[in-house]
Design a protein around this ligand. Structure first.
Ligand code: NAP
Length: 242
């Protein structure tokens, strides 16, 4: 199965590192023009240059002018594929969690998806073609101690995904979520060998995921081949959660 996204334009938030960078590179390799967005403007410009058919965009998804910035992008090119990937954690035990930690995580992980998606899908609906992929987490399905704010934001993204899928399916716009498990990133690299082995024991496939494992799922959900899939949550966790 060859996935060809040539002629399509994608916006990937949080494309400056980790999973988002990998998604941007994979969509670019499949032929899409990619808007690589993040706060680290220099880094997304570098990545875009390496991809070739791409543009680096400075975008803070938690800022009050996020809609204006997205509107400006849409004036350059209509966006066919939206990947709401950027996300943060501010972990603490619930009893100690500061209101700011709750608000920051909900604003960045959830409110941003509302603002950005609302602007982008208007044009998808008019074009009668679109793909929205929201990056959730298995933590949104199973919970995790110390992550009440993060788990709430990721579970909410799933409800958002399913509701929007039902609203705009008739316009040939699909809306899906990907729920990664433990993915090899700078954060997991910093774990000691023992902690890493303990994590791997909990995973059926006995390894952490790679950013590419997630990017492959996103490219598939963005493709023509996934045109009959909407409102679903694709769990990419190596069997950490089934
Ligand atoms: P990461 O390495 O920490 O990267 C986060 C990305 O989001 C960066 O590109 C960062 O760019 C961007 N970002 C953060 N706040 C932003 C803001 N206000 N505006 C714009 N961009 C912002 O994270 P990751 O591990 O790749 O995770 C990516 C997504 O997958 C997240 O939604 C995360 O919750 C989800 N996820 C990750 C794992 C995992 O094991 N890693 C598991 C499940 C789900 P700048 O700092 O340059 O803005």
């Amino acid at each position: 199965m060859k996935i060809d996204l040539s002629g399509k334009t994608a916006l990937v938030t949080g494309a400056s590192r980790g999973i988002g960078e990998s998604i941007a590179r994979a969509l670019g390799a499949a032929g899409a023009h990619v808007f690589c967005a993040a706060r680290s403007a220099d880094r997304v410009r570098e990545i875009a240059e390496e991809i070739g058919n791409a543009t680096g965009v400075e975008l803070d998804i938690s800022s009050s002018d996020v809609r204006e910035k997205v509107k400006a992008l849409l004036e350059q090119k209509p966006i066919d594929i939206l990947v709401n990937n950027a996300g943060i954690t501010e972990d603490d035990l619930f009893i100690r969690m500061k209101p700011e930690a709750w608000t920051n995580v909900i604003r960045t992980n959830l409110d941003s998806a509302f603002h950005i998606t609302q602007e982008v899908v208007k044009k998808m609906i008019r074009a009668r073609w679109g793909r929205v992929v929201n990056i959730s987490s298995v933590v949104g399905l199973m919970g995790n101690p110390g992550q009440a704010n993060y788990a709430a934001s990721k579970a909410a993204l799933i409800g958002f995904t399913k509701s929007l899928a039902l609203e705009i399916g008739s316009r040939n716009v699909t809306v899906n979520a990907v729920a990664p498990g433990f993915i090899q990133t700078a954060m997991t690299d910093a774990l000691g060998e023992e902690a890493r082995q303990k994590l791997e024991e909990r995973i059926a496939l006995k390894r952490l995921g790679t950013p590419e494992d997630i990017a492959n799922a996103v490219v598939f959900l963005s493709s023509e081949q996934a045109s009959y899939i909407t409102g679903t949550v694709l769990n990419v966790s190596g069997g950490l959660y089934t």
